[in-house]
Design a protein around this ligand. Sequence first.
Ligand code: PGA
Length: 252
Amino acid sequence: MALQRKTMIAGNWKMNGLAESAAELEAVIQGLASRTLGATEMAICPPATLLFGFAERAVDSPLMIGGQDCHMAASGAHTGDISAEMLRDAGAALVLVGHSERRADYGESDAVVKDKAEAALRAGLRVIVCVGETLAERDAGRAAEVATAQLLESLPEGAAAETVAVAYEPVWAIGTGRVAETPDIAEMHSALRQSLASALGSEGAAAAQILYGGSVKPGNARDILALEDVDGALVGGASLKASDFLGILDAV
Ligand code: PGA
């Protein structure tokens, strides 16, 4: 990994976690207190019901709390939705947008994802823009084309390396236990960084964090995180247990 980029390990709890899960959060906070983080950033994106409480508990910890999605409007008649401003108000420092589960479950287009990313920046949040190809697209030899097109269409106006990170998550590797081969990850991250240059300039592209996601675990994290253009991990299943999540940090 290039020296100027910080590594980020972000946990995406998805639709998991009840009030009792605060014990897992406490274990992460304790684990971070006994480790030297150096240039590594840590975040947990719990479900919205837990976000405020988690942010209060993490206030004196280096752990950032984030949202998993936001609406593009600041407020209004949008039953069931949560705005970026609300996430910020509840203590979030960042938000994911464009996760493949939202793209698939709610038909979120790149244009919608871009609007959400712009809402995040408007609210003063950092944003992680998620992209990734399906297995059919990979098998058709279109993985890089699909992921880079998604990225360029989803990036917010005013994107900068300090505020916008990318998560490359091949859809077929999410929650399946199947991890992309390291040469494939390396190739995809390099292609994504090259395509970022047209939006952020070459310096911006060199400074932007590109995370890998898809069945990252303590046992495979070291090889993945050692790749030149991999600047961290977006972790689903393994982020739900403090020992696994901290194990991934220990692999940095
Ligand atoms: P996973 O999920 O680690 O459970 O594969 C990753 C993600 O969807 O962000």
